[in-house]
Design a protein around this ligand. Sequence first.
Ligand code: N2P
Length: 368
Amino acid sequence: MGRFMAKFTRRTWLESAGGWAVGAAAGASWLAGCRPRGSSSGRRVLKVFNWSDYIAPEVIPAFEAAHDCTVVYDNFASDSELEARLATGGGAYDVVFPSDRTMHALVAKQLLAPLDRNRLSNWTNLDPEFLSRPHDPRNEFSAPYFWGTLAAAYLPDFIDEPVTGFDVLLDPRRPVRPARLTMLDDGENVIGGMLMHLGRPLNSVAAADLAAVQALLLEQRPRVQAYTSDSYKERLVSGDAWAAMGWSGDLLQAATEAASIGREVRVVVPERGTIIWLDSMAIPRGAQNVELAHAFIDWLLDAEQAAANAEYVSYATPNGAALALLPAEMRADESIYPPAATRARCEWLENRGREITKIEAVWRKVKA
Ligand code: N2P
């Protein structure tokens, strides 16, 4: 897997951090925390809030040049961070990237502005399979960006038994001191992944199911070195962590980076099924630059931009026109696009309304 990724990825995520700093010095102001350039001269500024490691580095400077604007680019690492930020001041951003489950909340709280389809000339590139999902049935507020799965990765140098899924994270033989596992810092996903591992419905809030998951997670806890939604990549690459639960594309980015230093990281999409999700582009209510926000979303919907972006981030594209442009090897990569049998066993997180407090209660005990 890492082998061909290294070939197709323009810059790896570790290198790109340096690359962005160079870009910022050269005038591209999208490194988080950079001062927006030229705002005093009236140059338009677009404020973007996206997941970390989730865009190809060349996309932003190319958009800035084409639209004579400055993009201020800021990152978050969890759904709750995005939701909290929008709830306390959505107008600070023009384009954000919510997951399907966060969309439920953002739509319900009326924190998003409607999209103007007339300004999105590339809309028809999108694969209908990823449109009209329950989180936004008429796509009034969101345009699909990437989809992926909740997956696991491990270092075969330290773990040599066959791995088919989250079993690799639950083996009592893993050491405690130091602990060598990482799990996402995200209760709904961790608990959901474990429910599916146990063969229970992903969206179950049945007491017996949650008790079984809680027992599993409390038993695992001493072997977990961190609950983290971003640092698992560095930990895998350095060999500090031997196995991690993570988002499919980020685990593949780690595999690519590890391969460049001669270390193997294997990515596994659980055969017995896992969570499938979709992240979207949306405009917060109160955004300052709605016209430029549409232009940016349309830019990312462009087939060539979306294909370059997909090659870089190693997530699955919901853009059918972009998919057709990807190298055949990448389209055939089962860690990115799971085989039909696995895919058929994947489930989406549903909006569980107030029942979510039952999930939160389990998570509080795990993190206590
Ligand atoms: C990107 C993580 C996005 C996946 N680093 C979670 N929706």
